[in-house]
Design a protein around this ligand. Structure first.
Ligand code: ASP
Length: 412
């Protein structure tokens, strides 16, 4: 049986067992969760997290060095960042439109007096930008600070590209390190069906179906907007900008989407997203290694959608009218927030506090959506990484055509 099929079965079984467990007596669930589901899920998560920092560093160095001329790097960098910002803004517009049509939170069954939420301080956006350059790259690696690791790796990659033959040995070393890491990814992927099953059964069993009741409309709005964005926006982009087949894209990228669904972490899924893009979609290695790690860190369309719907939901619950300027503020701050959102579970909710504050909505409202956030995090993370892969796929297809036409970048 193919790995994709196995993971798919694991996802379905995980949801079914999770729903079953949410009806079982509390001690049955907690016993199974403590001694089986949680350990299996966590071991799988650790296995993939173990390779994230080395793979981001090594692959961005190789990707940048492989792009060769700084002009090409600049061109691809600009295309990537533009794609990320524009698709995130589109995601927010879709989220807002769906939320305004479905009006979640208008059902009036929410007790705002008991809602209590102490927001963690979200990092101010200027600080995030200043901190992109690490004052200590080793500290960035031990702390897993992705933006800083990426920045340092780009410098090393540019140096290797310019120094060429002089540093061919180091480039080769990175190449071989990459082989080792890919080997480990392939090994870890064999455990994916079991890990995915355990993570999903645990998350669904823990959230409990009853928690979903009053939040139904909110969840439907988020899920609907996620589907519209994932299916329509990316398909149109892949067809229109990349002149490629969306069906091939979704088929080839599915294994990564399912791992994102079970881990709720763009970072943790990164090694698998890159493998799926390179091997199943034929994305050029140098492009995938540059575009996808960057996207896993700064591009979060699914998270943006959740934030847009959540803002409308909270405005409805607290009976606050959202005018045009508030709506524009949501689009602007949530697009920026997506740059600062780390690709780990639940961070989207922390950044939501910043968006709500900027728009002037009550941050305590977050308490209402926390209960169902774990489940929505699974879906939005799948959308987050799909956006990164779509961008890598489009740019790679266009680069291949450029090469066929014999176009080159000016050397400096
Ligand atoms: N879990 C998301 C991710 O890793 C971030 C979030 O929305 O919480 O992409």
């Amino acid at each position: 049986m193919s790995l994709t099929k196995k993971i798919l079965i694991a996802l379905v079984l995980g949801v079914i067992v999770g729903i079953g467990l949410s009806f079982a007596p509390e001690n049955v669930f907690s016993f199974l969760d403590t001694y089986l589901l949680n350990p299996v899920g966590k071991i799988f998560l650790n296995l993939i997290m173990m390779i994230v920092v080395p793979i981001v560093f090594v692959s961005i160095v190789l990707g940048t060095a492989g792009l060769g001329e700084p002009a090409k790097l600049g061109r691809i960098g600009v295309q990537t960042i533009t794609f990320y910002l524009v698709t995130t803004a589109i995601a927010l517009v879709i989220g807002l439109a769906v939320a305004f049509i479905l009006q979640p939170g208008k059902e009036g069954m929410f007790d705002v007096n008991t809602a209590n939420f102490e927001p963690n301080a979200a990092p101010p956006i200027m600080e995030t930008i200043i901190n992109i350059i690490p004052s200590n790259p080793i500290e960035a690696m031990t702390g897993g600070d992705m933006l800083q690791i990426i920045a340092f790796a780009i410098f090393v990659g540019i140096a290797l590209a310019i120094l060429g033959d002089k540093t061919a040995g180091i480039t080769k070393l990175f190449d071989q390190a990459n082989e080792v890491l890919i080997f480990i990814v392939n090994l870890v992927m064999k455990a994916a069906p079991y890990g995915a099953f355990a993570l999903i059964a645990s998350a669904v069993g823990d959230s409990g179906i009853s928690a979903l009741g009053s939040m139904g409309m909110y969840m439907i709005a988020v899920i609907l907007a996620l589907f519209i964005h994932a299916l329509v926006t990316y398909s149109v982009a892949i067809r229109g900008l990349g002149k490629a087949s969306p069906i091939k894209f979704y088929k080839g990228f599915f294994p990564a989407m399912s791992v994102a669904f079970s881990t709720s972490s763009s970072n943790a899924t990164l090694p698998i997203s890159m493998k799926a893009a390179q091997e199943n979609l034929g994305v050029k290695k140098s492009i995938s290694s540059f575009v996808q790690p960057l996207g896993a860190t700064i591009n979060m369309d699914g998270t943006g959608i959740m934030q847009a719907v959540a803002a409308v939901f909270i405005a409805n619950v607290y009976d606050v009218h959202l005018g045009v300027s508030a709506i524009l503020m949501i689009i602007l701050t949530a697009t920026l927030a997506s740059i600062g959102t780390a690709g780990v579970p639940g961070v989207g909710l922390i950044m939501l506090a910043m968006v709500l504050k900027q728009v002037g909505l009550p941050v305590e409202g977050i308490a209402l959506i926390i209960g169902v956030d774990r489940l929505l995090d699974m879906l939005r993370t799948s959308v987050n990484i799909t956006g990164d892969a779509a961008c890598a796929y489009i740019i790679s297809e266009n680069e291949k055509r450029r090469e066929e036409q014999g176009k080159t970048d000016p050397a400096i």
